[in-house]
Write a protein of this length. Structure first.
Length: 340
């Protein structure tokens, strides 16, 4: 039974991926500093799966702590989720994002190498593409991020690619997420951002549950059919399945690094998401029209064909599923993990 170290495993995508790993029979250890996550998520993962992951509370930038965890856990592979992830925050404070995300990755990769652990799945982002020349986006599209968050992801991708090029014992998968949303259908885990949500779906859910009065709708003059930004939304459990598929292909053969788009191949506008969420929640969900946010792009849509061909993975859940499961989480946990 293989063991996987999941950095940032108490966070939104990490916790759902832990469920997928445990249900597939893996042993799971989580390393998380709990800065924007909760240990309660790990307890909920245990409730869902009947198996409790090991939780180590530490920061990826703490080399000695990471060395200790690596020596004790002795993982066969690492899934790296830990990092700062807000586009507007990265625009407002770029240096914080560069220091935190790049240092975390550099320390992790060095400790992995010293420990003889050279298989990694990296949580990247479609933000590496920036404003696309054409849609849908394939992995061969030009990478030119439009914000510091996207640049940190692209630089880490390059770091990993350079390591694999230098040492053929390494294998890596770079997973470029489009827009993860939704929650586990049990309602026991879901997205629980600290402070004001930076993304559409969690903000809408907080409006629906009464935590916020209305949604700020940033930009109604985009070159899209209804003037609002369009995104390829993917259910977080489909995303978790994508990590499992990528993990199981690592090392076949060794000495390779591959990037994969994880999306549905379909885009929905902000207004379309609002309509779907109104249907799922039964709430009116008022919004306030505002100017565009710096760093946002008009439209992103994946071409997920490479993941389908090489990993045997495809997203199966609909926007209605995403809204239904997100509402199951938020309505049961109106204050997130702080509800209890």
């Amino acid at each position: 039974m293989a063991t996987v170290l999941v950095t940032g495993g108490a966070g939104y995508i990490g916790s759902h991926t832990c469920v997928a790993l445990l249900e597939a029979g893996y042993e799971v250890a989580v390393l998380d500093n709990l800065a924007n996550s909760s240990a309660a998520a790990i307890d909920a993962v245990a409730e869902i799966t009947g198996r409790h992951p090991r939780l180590e509370i530490a920061d990826c930038r703490d080399e000695s702590a990471l060395e200790k965890v690596m020596a004790e856990v002795r993982p066969d592979a690492v899934l790296h989720f830990a990092g700062l992830k807000s586009v507007p925050d990265s625009v407002a404070d770029p240096l914080r994002y560069y220091r935190h995300n790049l240092e975390s990755a550099a320390v992790l990769l060095r400790v992995m190498d010293q420990s003889g652990v050279r298989r990694i799945v990296f949580s990247s982002s479609a933000m590496v593409y920036g404003t696309p020349d054409e849609l849908p986006l394939s992995e061969m599209a030009t990478t030119r991020p439009a914000n510091p968050y996207g640049w940190t992801k692209l630089i880490i991708e390059q770091m990993i690619a350079d390591i694999v090029q230098a040492d053929a014992r390494w294998s890596a998968a770079l997973l470029r997420y489009f827009n993860p949303v939704g929650a586990h259908p049990s309602g026991l885990i879901g997205e629980d951002p600290e402070g004001v949500p930076g993304n559409l779906m969690p903000y809408l859910l907080q409006v629906a549950v009464g935590r916020r009065p209305n949604l700020p709708l940033y930009g109604t003059d985009y070159p899209t059919p209804d003037g609002t930004a369009r995104r390829d939304y993917i259910h977080v459990m489909d995303l978790a399945a994508g990590h499992l598929a990528a993990l199981e292909r690592l090392g076949s053969p060794v000495g390779q690094v591959q990037a994969y788009n994880l999306g549905t191949g379909r885009a929905a506008s902000v207004l379309e998401v609002i309509a779907a969420m109104r249907e799922a929640t039964g709430h009116p969900l008022p919004y306030e029209e505002l100017d565009r946010r710096p760093g946002d792009v008009p439209e992103l849509q994946a071409d997920p064909g490479k993941a389908r061909r090489e990993l045997g993975w495809s997203a199966t859940r609909t926007l209605a599923d995403m809204c239904r499961d997100g509402w199951a989480w938020q309505s049961t946990n109106p204050q997130g993990f702080r509800s209890g």
